[in-house]
Write a protein that binds this ligand. Sequence first.
Ligand code: SPD
Length: 361
Amino acid sequence: MTRLLSLTLVSVALASPVAAQQTLNIYNWSDYIAEDTITKFEEATGIKVVYDVYDSNEVLEAKLLAGSSGYDLVVPTSNFLQRQVKAGIYMPLDKAKIPNLGNLDPGLMKSAAAYDAGNAHSAIYLWGTTGIGYNIDKVAERLGDAAPTDSWSLVLDPANAAKLADCGISILDSAVEVMPGVLAWLGLPPDSTDPDDIEKAMAALTAIRPYVRYFHSSQYITDLANGEVCLSIGWSGDVFIAMDRAAEAGNGVNIGYTIPSEGTLQWFDMMAIPADAPHPDAAHAFINFVLQPEIIADITNYVFYPNAVPASKEMIDPEITGDPAIYPPQEVLDKLFPATVYDARTDRLINRLWTQVRTGQ
Ligand code: SPD
């Protein structure tokens, strides 16, 4: 009798929605999703999401290379994705399970295919540029009205950096995010892997090192917003999030974002499923969910990064779609350069020199 009762309880439990619930483990960039995206997905699918964040490709890559990360869906940038695909880290997407792939802009997917042939393992989540966020008033106070706010000189010229040191300069904590812009400013090819060029770029960064308050890839959002730093080499949407937070706080901090005229990186962050993902079906369902125009429009409206779903554009705040610093016009797009894929030797050189830059040696 007792056995029968417990068997009945087990079958009731298995049939209940909670027991049937699947899980989805997502690892995404910090500040990179709308407030309600996860709740909407859970309500639509009954899948429970566990959501973790990172702020650098290097951190994500280390976890994935160690294996058994437990993650079902990750969002590497396309140049990192390329070498990770080569290392066998991702499973090919089952495109039949993602009909909304058809919503993606064919031109942008073609650009992304340069890193993942046939877009076999990945779909564009959001894209953006690397540029300069700055406190308009503090920079004008220190550099005057002629401050070169349209150029990397604003921060890479040591004379300017010295004048901004007291109000705080921050730089992304990743050599490969920063170096292409520095190379372009030096008049060198932004995708150079020539050790001499790389040394020159690092020397330029070493020259401003005494004036840099910190290297970090997410703290600057809060610090720009509350006036704790006055210039950050950072990512487009993050700087706009800082502007939005400052405006909400009503603290009088006015922030600008510039895509330097010498050119900068245009990058794509890609949704991909690790080969050992415990819940690949749930991951496919999430990619399909996010690629609905209204869902990805909500995300762009919240984080100020452009997406690659053209049908979402009419649902995005016109102040965002009309802002050339977020959606750059063609003549600016033409000056952006794609993210470089570095071979292991160059990568080691860059990281060794970067450690010296960071530590000021
Ligand atoms: N807060 C989200 C930042 C996302 C940045 N992805 C950047 C990749 C640049 N290579």
